[in-house]
Write a protein of this length. Structure first.
Length: 262
């Protein structure tokens, strides 16, 4: 499973301060920590308080790339900020994200084609987050169809059914799990499926156990990628064990150690 580290995000005070003061050592340490813990890609978000998001994105991408060569997920609601990151990216990037809104898809898939990037597509449109798996699947199908119009293969897509906090939208957890399964049957080759895991436990008192339980359930329903905190060792242990149970890795008594050495 593709693990995308979530921690380089300007909404966190220490990251926001490091961006503002151009403290490259803090950003690079955070990047290296996440990769060492099992992240194969890193989400990069300048955060809501950035006064110069384009220059901040460029600086973040260049700074991270001086310490690690993993793929970067360029996370912004503004296409011009994403493009600044795409210009600076040395390896193939992931655009995070497009909704199913036609204008948004046109803009984002144009960038993806130009820079040969992968794309995260979230199953929502101007009317907001759907309440049912049927509506989520309908929107996901429209994202797949638009990607194909641009010559982008479904296996370069990550479809996100949008995880809601369990303390305010408890019934949505089941809808998300069922949506993941539906997404994998949309086409051949199937698109990737992705969740922003931490959303499920937002505002709760027992975040780690909720996160790791939901992650393993999502994996059993076909999840192939997640944006999460790889520094949560119990979460990563659950992920590794779930892959073992799903027959994606070969068992040995030291399977946790063996996975981490790969």
């Amino acid at each position: 499973m593709l693990v995308i580290g979530e921690l380089i995000n300007g909404m966190f005070k220490d990251v926001s301060k490091a961006i503002q003061n151009r403290e490259s050592d803090i950003i690079q340490h955070l990047a290296e920590e996440q990769v060492s813990a099992g992240a194969s890609a890193l989400d990069v978000n300048v955060g809501p308080y950035s006064k110069n998001p384009k220059s901040d994105m460029k600086w973040l991408v260049e700074t991270i790339q001086r310490s690690t060569g993993v793929s970067l997920s360029l996370d912004s609601t503004k296409a011009e900020v994403i493009e600044e990151g795409l210009k600076a990216a040395k390896s193939r990037a992931i655009i995070n994200s497009t909704s199913a809104d036609p204008d948004k898809m046109e803009t984002i898939f144009s960038l993806a084609k130009k820079y040969k990037a992968q794309v995260i597509g979230i199953a929502m449109d101007r009317s907001g987050i759907p309440a049912t798996k049927e509506k989520r699947t309908e929107l996901a199908a429209s994202i797949v169809a638009k990607a194909m119009d641009f010559g982008i293969s479904p296996d370069d897509l990550f479809l996100d059914p949008i995880v809601m906090p369990i303390n305010v939208a408890q019934a949505q957890g089941k809808e998300v799990l069922e949506s993941i399964r539906e997404f994998t049957a949309l086409c051949n080759p199937p698109p990737n499926t992705l969740i922003g895991l931490s959303n499920i436990s937002q505002g709760t008192k027992t975040r780690s156990i909720i996160n790791r339980t939901f992650l393993t359930m999502a994996m059993a329903n076909g999840l192939t990628a997640a944006i999460l905190d790889p520094l949560d060792k119990k979460l990563m242990d659950a992920l590794i064990t779930a892959e073992l149970v799903l027959n994606k890795n070969v068992y040995c008594d030291s399977f946790l150690e063996s996975y981490r050495k790969k």
